[in-house]
Write a protein that binds this ligand. Structure first.
Ligand code: ADP
Ligand code: ASP
Ligand code: MG
Length: 477
C-alpha cells in the first residue's frame, strides 16, 4: 500500500479549553504532530489558557479601580498557573529554563502595566489591548516548546507582527492587504522550512505597532485571517465539544452535532450568540470558499462540523437555537408618535451615536411604539441619548416615555430550511405556549433564515429547551 499524498495548507486553531491544562496541551500537541505528517504546511493559532484572558482583564480593571490587593493576587495566580503547566510539560533543562524566564518576564510586564494603571486610576481601551493578549503570548511559547520537545520543529510567533489592524481598540478590524504582505514575509518562509508557526490568537497591531485585539473570542478570527492570507485549503478550529450543535449543550443536553452548515447559517448562529465561533470568523474565508471544520480536541477522531460555501439545506429542516444574554429592550412609546415624521430614523441615529449595537427591532403596526434590543451595558446611555433626541416630542406629549426592560434574552431559531416552509412559527409559539412562556417581542429575518424572540432571562433556558424539543428533536425522528 502506498501512502496518500500530503494535502497542502492547513490552519489549526486551539481554543482556551484545548490548551488550558497540562493534559489538554499534550492532547493538542499530539493533534498537531499528526497534522504535520498529513499536511505539507501547517500553521497553528492558540488561545490563552481558559480563564486567563478574563483574569488579565480583571487585573487591569481592578488596578484601575484602585483595588491593589485583587490585582496583585490575580497576577500571582496567572504566574503560578503558567509555571505549573511548564513544570508539568517540559523536561528540566535549557528549554524549560528559557520558557520560565520568558513567562516570568511577561508577568513582570503585566505587573508594570497594572501598576501604572493603578497610579493613573484609569484603564483605557488601548491599555486593555496591551494587557489582554499576554495570555496568548505566554501560551504560544509554551505550546511551541512542547512541540519542539516532541520533535516537531516549531516557533512561537506574535500576531502583533503579522495581523495589521485599524486602531479600534478592543474590537479592531484587520487590514488584509498589509496583513497579507506580513504573512508572506514572516510566516511563509517559516512554513517552507517545515517549521510550524504557533501564532498568538486574538491580537493584532496597528501599522505603527500598537497592540490591538480582535474582540473577545477573536482567536477564531485570527485563524480565518491567516487562512485567507495563506490561501489555505482548510481551517480546523479545535474546541471542547464535538462540533457546532443544535443548541448550547450546557442548556440542552439532547443537542446534536450538526454535520454540515453553510456560511450564512454559521454567520447567523455566531451572530445570534452561539459561542462556538466568533461571529466574524467566516468573513475572510467566504470569498475564497475555504471550508472550516469545528472539531473536538478531546475526541479528535470524530469528524465534527463542516462549514462550507456550497452546502444547501433541504427545505423544512431547522438548524439550531441560540441565545444572546444580558440584554435590555428599550421602548419609545406614545400615541402622538403616529404623526411624527422620521421618528424611527432619529431614534436609531441617537442609538448609533452611543455606538450601541441594536440586536433586534420591532415596531407595532399602530406606530405607537418602537422597541429595540441592546446590550444592558449600554442601556442607560442609550436612553439618555434618545431622550435628548426627542426632547421636544416628550415635552409636547407626542412621546410619553423612553424606558427599558432589563433582564431579557433573545432566543433565535436559525435554519435556511425554514425558507418557504409554512407552519414553523406556529410550532414554535405552540411549544412556548404549552411551556407557559411569555414572548415579549418577535422578529423574523427577511431572508427567512431566522426567527428571534425576546423572553425574560428567567424563561430563556426553558424556552430553548421547549423549542428544541418541538422543532429539532421531532425533525430527527
Ligand atoms: P474555545 O475556547 O474552544 O474557543 P468556547 O468556549 O469559545 O471554546 O466555545 C465552545 C463552547 O461553546 C462549548 O463548550 C459550548 O458550551 C458553547 N456553545 C454554545 N452554543 C453552542 C453550539 N450551538 N454548539 C456547540 N457549542 C456551543
Ligand atoms: N483568549 C481570548 C478570549 O478569551 C480569545 C479567544 O480565546 O479566542 O476572548
Ligand atoms: Mg472561542
Amino acid at each position: 500500500m502506498h501512502s496518500s499524498p500530503k494535502k497542502d495548507v492547513l490552519v489549526m486553531k486551539f481554543g482556551g479549553t484545548s490548551v488550558g491544562s497540562i493534559d489538554s496541551l499534550r492532547q493538542a500537541a499530539e493533534i498537531v504532530a499528526k497534522g504535520v505528517k498529513e499536511w505539507r504546511h501547517l500553521a497553528v493559532v492558540v488561545s490563552a489558557m481558559t480563564g486567563v484572558t478574563d483574569a488579565l482583564l480583571t487585573s487591569a480593571t481592578a488596578a484601575g479601580n484602585g483595588n491593589d490587593r485583587i490585582y496583585r493576587a490575580s497576577i500571582d495566580d496567572i504566574l503560578k498557573r503558567h509555571l505549573d503547566v511548564i513544570a508539568g510539560l517540559i523536561d528540566e533543562g535549557e528549554l524549560r529554563t528559557e520558557l520560565e524566564s520568558q513567562v516570568t518576564q511577561f508577568v513582570q510586564e503585566l505587573r508594570t502595566y497594572c501598576h501604572s494603571i493603578h497610579v493613573l486610576g484609569e484603564v483605557t481601551p488601548r491599555g486593555l489591548d496591551t494587557i489582554a493578549p499576554l495570555g496568548e503570548r505566554m501560551n504560544a511559547r509554551i505550546f511551541a516548546a512542547l512541540l519542539q520537545q516532541m520533535g516537531v520543529s516549531s516557533r512561537a510567533v506574535d500576531a502583533s507582527g503579522l495581523i495589521v489592524t485599524d486602531n479600534n481598540f478592543t474590537n479592531a478590524a484587520p487590514l488584509l492587504d498589509l496583513t497579507r504582505a506580513r504573512v508572506k514575509n514572516i510566516l511563509v518562509p517559516l512554513m517552507e522550512q517545515d517549521i510550524t508557526p504557533v501564532v498568538t490568537g486574538f491580537a493584532g497591531a496597528t501599522e505603527s505597532g500598537i497592540t490591538t485585539t480582535l474582540g473577545r473570542g477573536g482567536s477564531d478570527y485570527t485563524a480565518a485571517i491567516l487562512a485567507d492570507c495563506l490561501d489555505a485549503d482548510e481551517v480546523w478550529t479545535w474546541t471542547d465539544v464535538d462540533g457546532v450543535m443544535t443548541a448550547d449543550p450546557r442548556i440542552v443536553p439532547e443537542a446534536r452535532v450538526i454535520p454540515e452548515l453553510s456560511y450564512s447559517e454559521v454567520g447567523e448562529l455566531a451572530y445570534f450568540g452561539a459561542k462556538v465561533l466568533h461571529p466574524k470568523t467566516i468573513r475572510p474565508i467566504v470569498e475564497r470558499g475555504i471550508p472550516l471544520w469545528v472539531k473536538n480536541t478531546f475526541n479528535p477522531d470524530f469528524i465534527g462540523t463542516r462549514i462550507s460555501k456550497q452546502f444547501q439545506r433541504p427545505p423544512g429542516i431547522l438548524t439550531a437555537i441560540t441565545t444572546i444574554r444580558s440584554l435590555s429592550i428599550v421602548n419609545v412609546e406614545g400615541r402622538g408618535m403616529l404623526g411624527v415624521p422620521g421618528i424611527a430614523a432619529r431614534t436609531f441615529a441617537a442609538v448609533a451615536r452611543q455606538k450601541a449595537s441594536v440586536l433586534m427591532i420591532s415596531q407595532s403596526s399602530s406606530e405607537q411604539s418602537i422597541c429595540f434590543v441592546i446590550p444592558t451595558a449600554s442601556a442607560a446611555q442609550v436612553i439618555r441619548s434618545v431622550e435628548d433626541e426627542v426632547a421636544l416630542e416628550l415635552m409636547r406629549g407626542d412621546i410619553d416615555r423612553v424606558w427599558a426592560k432589563d433582564k431579557v434574552e433573545i432566543v433565535t431559531v436559525i435554519g435556511s430550511g425554514m425558507r418557504e416552509t409554512p407552519g414553523v412559527s406556529a410550532r414554535i409559539f405552540g411549544a412556548l405556549g404549552r411551556a407557559g412562556i411569555n414572548v415579549i417581542a418577535i422578529a423574523m429575518g427577511s431572508s427567512e433564515f431566522s426567527i428571534s424572540l425576546v423572553v425574560a432571562s428567567r424563561d430563556a433556558n426553558k424556552a430553548v429547551r421547549a423549542i428544541h424539543a418541538e422543532v429539532i428533536e421531532k425533525a430527527a425522528v
